[in-house]
Design a protein around this ligand. Structure first.
Ligand code: HEC
Ligand code: HEC
Length: 182
């Protein structure tokens, strides 16, 4: 059943992430972190894709390559958990047992999507639920390390609004018990 779903999802992701499809281990993906709280106002995905469309333009990314909307939503899942891990216990597999919020003010000084996404209003994307496709990405270490490295770099970059909300520099081991790259 899971396998069947994965194949389907893999198929639907092929357009967007063929570079990731070979490097996946489904066996270890079944237990995931706690699910995010469901947003009562969450709209159907089609809706959100429409809401995003004007902001991101004609479905192309910065390099002019076509954007796969499903891949974007899958990344939104990880982004939402990453941002949540700045103020609540991280949902990664081996969280830092001594995790404390790296924010100066974890209640009213939270990092928001708009700190880094200045063109598209990513905060309008509904809270994403996990899916077999997302579990596959989660198990793809190369994919996750690449994403997380970009996010941590931008978090610590003075060019974006998140840095001034931090107590100090954020590193992989702010949230992970050990550096996942090692
Ligand atoms: C600390 C900076 C930062 C914050 C905060 C942030 N993002 Fe991102 N986000 C990035 C970067 C950098 C990328 C590009 C990563 C990539 O796709 O390679 C990205 C990519 C994405 C993508 C994929 C876009 C695409 O074109 O494929 C989505 C969707 C997204 N973010 C949603 C969100 C949402 C929703 C929030 C708020 C919950 C958020 N982001 C907060 C830095 C951030
Ligand atoms: C702000 C907290 C935070 C920081 C900092 C962070 N991560 Fe993560 N990481 C997460 C969360 C949350 C997830 C799990 C997303 C989910 O719920 O599926 C994750 C998942 C991962 C995974 C998938 C396996 C797992 O443990 O769940 C890898 C690999 C990973 N991160 C690598 C890195 C690397 C490399 C860095 C440093 C460049 C980094 N992370 C920094 C929060 C963080």
């Amino acid at each position: 059943m899971i396998r069947k779903l994965s194949v389907l999802c893999c198929f639907s992701l092929l357009l967007g992430c063929s570079q990731n499809s070979e490097n996946v281990n489904t066996g270890e993906t079944l237990q995931s972190g706690p699910k995010p709280v469901v947003d009562a106002n969450a709209r159907p995905l089609a809706d959100s894709a429409q809401a995003e469309a004007p902001a991101v333009g004609p479905m192309q990314n910065r390099d002019g390559a076509p954007v796969d909307p499903q891949m974007m939503l899958n990344k939104a899942f990880f982004m939402q958990h990453f941002v949540a891990a700045l103020y609540s216990k991280p949902t990664n597999q081996n969280p830092n047992p001594k995790w404390t919020s790296p924010l100066k003010d974890a209640q009213s000084g939270q990092v928001v999507c708009g700190d880094c996404h200045t063109k598209a209003d990513m905060s309008r994307l509904p809270i994403q639920e996990s899916s077999p496709a997302i579990e596959k990405l989660h198990a793809n270490k190369e994919f996750m390390v690449d994403l997380m490295t970009k996010w941590v770099a931008r978090l610590n970059s003075g060019e974006f609004g998140a840095k001034m909300k931090l107590k100090g520099e954020v590193t992989c081991t702010t949230c992970h018990a050990t550096d996942p790259r090692q």
